[in-house]
Design a protein around this ligand. Structure first.
Ligand code: ARG
Length: 495
């Protein structure tokens, strides 16, 4: 006689697993503990069990794993490997597993090696031995690759929206301070006057490239490896194109050996994340400098600052410092995976399990960082007066050289002449605009009274009126183009 059927309540206690095992054994199901238990004698070493397990981190793939399994049931049914009755029971069971995860009542058992084992174990508990048919023609190798791609595709869509929000915050700031002129720096030395809005838009365009790259990465993520089996393909007549479509993939992978070990899409995503991290870090560095007392060009909102436990006066830009610091770990995640992959022989090796933690860490890090960066921008206070005070005549030295060029002096010569003017102003301790005409004409007779027109920061930025320049018109043109992109970019996918 069959042992008494355990109730659902029994299952909520981890220890009740034994009664299920005896029930399953009665029906000829070997063991619920391991998916591969058949040829093994005795139990796995506890240290090895912990070392081998990925459930502590791949648990988050539960939904992707169930979606993959549901589609696999449908594919097996279309291939007439499963009867429609079996399919119905499996799909009902999978729906119940999904419900438990959704409600938070799914209990992971100590012997659940990974998310695939956990979901199948629970399905077995719910529907009984028919669950044993789910894995027909499938391996955890194609399963995990499928799950990770489904997961990443969804996260990419979330990250793209976050990036767009951050771009929106930058755009608002640029529009609100369109006409603020400030020193622009090269080598961190004052170089030429620029519009604050032009600086802000420079980040918009970096992030636009980040979004373009992400869309390209998504294209390579969205390929279906399911139906590749362990390495050689599946022996059942699965319509892989239909299966790929069922799961929302753009295509099915063309080679089973490549499919089970291809982690290029994760490398690409991590490289994308590392570069975005670098962009965020550079933004942070600009704003950290500018929010210091020495510059005071901007003030960070209290909501994005913290204090010192010792120095009562301190307001520290921790949000920005962390944005800068996270670039380190994002780069580290990319390095981790590259090193894991290097030297692996063809197809699946357990090393590949090491792809998940860097991937999840990059996703989590960016999902925390992007809203913070957007929040910093949308709450940032700009101090136009401080920026204007920092504008000094030497920032117009190039404009002075261009003045001579307009009068026919070759640029190399005008550069040398203005160098002499700068040296004279330093010797005399007078700003460039306050030098006497005779000081100028002693250097070049081309200088004339109209040179006074050079000492105008506004005019300097307005002269840079070519595509990509810092004049009001060209910055406005950037903003218009940006606003158009915000409406159109990625729209296809969002539909
Ligand atoms: N947890 C494993 C991973 O993340 C799943 C695949 C296991 N495959 C195997 N042949 N042991 O890679």
């Amino acid at each position: 006689m069959a042992p008494p059927l355990p109730t659902h309540l029994d299952l909520s206690a981890v220890a009740s697993c034994d009664s299920w095992n005896s029930w399953l054994l009665f029906f000829g199901v070997e063991s619920m503990g391991k998916l591969w238990g058949g040829r093994f004698v005795g139990s796995i070493d506890p240290d090895m069990e912990a070392f081998n397990a990925s459930i502590p981190f791949d648990e988050r793939l539960w939904d992707a794993d169930l979606r993959g399994s549901e589609a696999w049931v449908r594919a097996l049914t279309r291939a007439r490997v499963l009867s429609s009755l079996e399919a119905e029971r499996l799909l009902d069971g999978l729906a119940r597993v999904r419900e438990e995860w959704g409600k938070g009542s799914f209990h992971i058992l100590p012997e659940d090696e990974d998310i695939h084992t956990a979901n199948e174990r629970r399905l077995t508990e719910i529907v009984g031995p028919v669950a044993g048919k789910l894995h027909t023609g499938r391996s955890r190798n194609d399963q995990v690759a499928t799950d990770t791609r489904i997961y990443l595709r969804d996260e990419i869509d979330v990250l793209d929206v976050m990036l767009a929000d951050m771009q929106g915050a930058a755009l608002e700031l640029a529009k609100a301070h369109l006409n603020v002129v400030m020193p622009g720096y090269t080598h961190l030395q004052r170089a030429q006057p620029i519009r604050f809005s032009h600086w802000m838009m420079s980040y918009f365009w970096m992030w636009q490239r980040d979004r373009e790259r992400l869309a390209e990465v998504r294209h390579r993520v969205n390929v279906c490896p399911l139906g590749s089996g362990a390495l050689a393909g599946t022996p059942f007549p699965i319509d892989r194109a239909a299966l790929a479509e069922d799961l929302g993939f753009d295509s099915a992978s063309p080679n089973s050996m490549d499919a089970v070990s291809d982690r290029d899409y994760i490398v690409e995503f991590l490289a994308w994340g590392a570069l975005l991290g670098v962009h965020l870090s550079r933004l942070a560095e600009d704003l950290i400098l500018w929010s210091s007392s020495e510059f005071r060009f901007v003030s960070l909102a209290d909501a994005y600052s913290t204090g010192s436990s010792l120095m009562p006066q301190k307001k520290n830009p921790d949000s920005l410092e962390l944005l800068r610091g996270k670039a380190g770990r994002l780069t580290g995640n990319l390095m981790t995976l590259l090193v894991v992959l290097k030297g692996l022989p063809s197809t699946y090796d357990k090393d590949l399990q090491e792809d998940k933690e860097p991937l999840f860490d990059a996703v989590d890090t960016l999902k925390l960082a992007l809203p913070v960066a957007a929040g910093v921008l949308s709450t940032l206070t700009i101090h136009p007066d401080r920026m204007r005070d920092a504008l000094s005549d030497d920032l117009l030295a190039t404009d002075l050289a261009d003045y001579l060029v307009r009068k026919g002096v070759p640029f190399r010569e005008s550069h040398r002449l203005v160098g002499l003017v700068v040296r004279r102003s330093e010797e005399l301790g007078v700003p460039l605009s306050k030098l006497h005409m005779r000081d100028l004409t002693s250097i070049s007779s081309v200088f004339d009274d109209d040179v006074d027109g050079v000492w105008d920061f506004e005019a300097s930025v307005e002269r840079r009126n070519v595509l990509g320049g810092t004049s009001a018109e060209t910055v406005k043109r950037q903003i218009e183009a940006a606003e158009k992109l915000m409406l159109t970019f990625g729209r296809e996918r969002r539909k």
